[in-house]
Design a protein around this ligand. Sequence first.
Ligand code: GRF
Length: 216
Amino acid sequence: MLNVAVLVSGRGSNLQALIDACAEEDFPARIVAVISNNPDAYGLERARQANISTSVVNHRDFDDRESFEAAIDLELKNYKAKFICLAGFMRILDARFVNRWKDRILNIHPSLLPSFKGLHTQERALEAGVRFTGCTVHIVRPEMDDGPIILQAAVAVDPEDDADNLSAKVLELEHVIYPEALKLVALGRVSINGNKAVIEKATYPTGGLISPEPIS
Ligand code: GRF
C-alpha cells in the first residue's frame, strides 16, 4: 500500500477523484494527508469529509520558498507519506524539493503536454485552433509542467466550444486518468527511463483523426 499525500490549493475536484478511488477495495494507494498552502481551499473540506488528516502550510507565513518547503517536508515526514500527488497545487516547487522526491511526485495538467504548459490552457488551445486538447498526468521535474508522461486523455475541440465548456470536458477526463495513473505507479508498473515513463503490460488505444471531408 502506497502512502500518498495530496497537495491542493483550491476546489479539489481531482483530490475528490483520488479520494473516491482510494476508497475502492484493492486500490493500491491510500491518502494519508491533504496539505494546502491555502487555508480556504475547498479541498481541505473534502478531506475532512472523508476523514483524512489535513494540514495548512501557508506560504505567506514563510520568508522564502526554502523554509515553506521545509515545513511541507516536515508534514510529509510526520504523515509518513512516501509519494505526493499535486492536485491543483498553485505553488512552484523548487528543484531541491523536487529532487529530494525524485520520481515520487505526480501532477495533473489540463493540456496535452508538452503543448500549453502554464495557465489558461483551454483559452490558448482555442486560440491556436488545435483539433484536440486534453489532460496529462506526469512525473514532476523541476521545470514547470515538465516530466515523464504517465497517461493522457484527449478531447476533440468542437467549433462551438468556449474555454469554460472545454475545461469542463477535460476535467471529466482528468478525474479518470489521475486515479488510473496513481494506480499504475502504486502497483509498481511504471518505470522511468530518462524523460520517459514506461508502463509495464500496457495496452494503447489507437488514435482518431478528424478530417473535414472524407477524401475520395
Ligand atoms: C485542474 O484543471 C488541474 O489539471 C490543474 O488545476 C486544476 C485543479 O482543479 N492542475 P481541482 O482543484 O482538482 O478541481
